[in-house]
Design a protein around this ligand. Structure first.
Ligand code: HEC
Ligand code: HEC
Ligand code: HEC
Ligand code: HEC
Ligand code: HEC
Ligand code: HEC
Ligand code: HEC
Length: 260
């Protein structure tokens, strides 16, 4: 009797955990592994890393759970791996994963990003595509793992996505006397942040990019109007942002036509 009740209890618990995973919030994931280490739960980390644990409930990744006895509170260990050896040793070197050292931890769950960073033009996070031996950037240059939305500009974050980019790309920050209104929609209107088959990580090749927003009209065999001006002799000179054309594509201090 007691035994069958216990079995029933176990089934009920299993269903409960399953239901949590299916509904809004928790996402079932496979975290990284560390040989001989076990999961201890986020609370264990608070003893020594209170600053990280304090605001973690607001982080995008706080909703992650794994399929194990301590399926709740797996938060920190979903990226850092099981923490028993690390906590027992009081934080000894080499007992925990730091994704700063390699993006592999992130790729484990975000498989498609490995492919993005293998494209011909990428941010130098993995090093491979640009022929670098060491990576010069990490995912966390642009993503916040410990607090708030993982993508800046999402949710209630104060920083916009553009602020993330212009910390490093100062030349694109402006303000410009003649701004290009396209930038108000964010850098990712024209650039893929991880990688692209196109030079400068552009979302589209050549004038295709510009003609997404700027209407092209052929009025007769010698006249192709873009922005109300005849471009028929200009289009063969290169891309819209080539030398002598709209080189100041991010904004200009000298010309409303975005030339230097
Ligand atoms: C008993 C104290 C203690 C506990 C508990 C603890 N840590 Fe640490 N941790 C340390 C110390 C000490 C360091 C090394 C100095 C530093 O970076 O603060 C460290 C470093 C780290 C690092 C950086 C390692 C590196 O190689 O760059 C990470 C990541 C980390 N801890 C994650 C965790 C996680 C996740 C937990 C919970 C599972 C946890 N820690 C629990 C003491 C602790
Ligand atoms: C989404 C993955 C992810 C999660 C979840 C996560 N971290 Fe981190 N953690 C990182 C990354 C990435 C870094 C490296 C940051 C950098 O580039 O400096 C890091 C660095 C650290 C460090 C090294 C010291 C430092 O300030 O850089 C500690 C300690 C740490 N995390 C503790 C924690 C604790 C505690 C939790 C849970 C409350 C947690 N992390 C949850 C990804 C994560
Ligand atoms: C254990 C699996 C796992 C690991 C490891 C992991 N993530 Fe995630 N990540 C997820 C899941 C699942 C979501 C979706 C959460 C949601 O939408 O509720 C997510 C969401 C995100 C988002 C936000 C997506 C959005 O649309 O808001 C970013 C950015 C991100 N992860 C980056 C990282 C980075 C950078 C690392 C490494 C430091 C990392 N992740 C490690 C599972 C993981
Ligand atoms: C140069 C800045 C930058 C770097 C470096 C970067 N990201 Fe992102 N990532 C972004 C931006 C910006 C977005 C939002 C894309 C959008 O809004 O179109 C994003 C979106 C994401 C998303 C959610 C949306 C999607 O495309 O699936 C995930 C997951 C993600 N990044 C993971 C990673 C991982 C993993 C790494 C490291 C291997 C990484 N990112 C490195 C800027 C970056
Ligand atoms: C932590 C610094 C950093 C941040 C943040 C950053 N970048 Fe970069 N970016 C770099 C580095 C480093 C390179 C590679 C430059 C090189 O190879 O000479 C690069 C290259 C580029 C290139 C190609 C430049 C070229 O000449 O081919 C573009 C476009 C670019 N980033 C756009 C962005 C956008 C959009 C964002 C925001 C989503 C962003 N970057 C965020 C550091 C950063
Ligand atoms: C309207 C589309 C558009 C938007 C929006 C845009 N860019 Fe660009 N960006 C371009 C084009 C086109 C090039 C290539 C210019 C060339 O071929 O020389 C470029 C080139 C770059 C380069 C390489 C250096 C250079 O000037 O050639 C960086 C870095 C860059 N952009 C960063 C950014 C950042 C950061 C933002 C957001 C603040 C942003 N871009 C928004 C179209 C855009
Ligand atoms: C996301 C939409 C968008 C994209 C993509 C875009 N633009 Fe624009 N652009 C605008 C808007 C909006 C304006 C301001 C209104 C106008 O003049 O049409 C503008 C204005 C301009 C102007 C100033 C026109 C004038 O004389 O005042 C030039 C030049 C220009 N864009 C060139 C480009 C080039 C070159 C590209 C491709 C690299 C490009 N744009 C891509 C939206 C875009």
């Amino acid at each position: 009797m007691t035994r069958s009740l216990m079995a029933l209890g176990a089934i009920a618990l299993a269903v409960l955990v399953y239901a949590c995973v299916q509904q809004a919030g928790p996402r079932l994931v496979a975290p990284p592994q560390i040989a001989d280490a076990e999961f201890v739960g986020t609370e264990e980390c608070a003893d020594c890393h209170a600053d990280k644990v304090e605001h973690f409930s607001t982080a995008t990744h706080a909703v992650l759970v794994v399929e194990s006895a301590n399926a709740t509170e797996i938060g920190c260990e979903s990226c850092h791996g099981p923490g028993s050896l690390h906590t027992e040793s009081g934080g000894e070197d080499g007992t925990i994963i730091n994704p700063k050292d390699s993006p592999e931890t992130c790729f484990q769950c975000h498989l498609d990003k490995r492919a993005d960073f293998a494209l011909p033009y990428t941010h130098p996070v993995t090093g491979g595509a640009l022929g670098l031996t060491t990576s010069r950037m990490t995912c966390s240059n642009c993503h916040e793992p410990h607090q708030g939305p993982a993508i800046a500009g999402g949710g209630t974050a104060m920083a916009s996505q553009g602020d993330t980019c212009t910390q490093c790309h100062i030349a694109q920050r402006g303000p410009f006397v003649y701004e290009h209104e396209a930038l108000r929609e964010g850098c990712t209107t024209c650039h893929r942040p991880h990688g692209s088959p196109n030079p400068k990580m552009l979302t589209e090749r050549n004038q295709t990019l510009c003609l997404k927003c700027h209407f092209q009209e052929q009025t007769d065999s010698t006249t192709i109007l873009i922005g109300g001006r005849n471009h028929s002799n200009l289009l063969s000179r290169g891309t819209c942002a080539s030398t002598g054309c709209h080189e100041a594509v991010h904004g200009s201090n000298t010309s409303s036509s975005l030339v230097f």
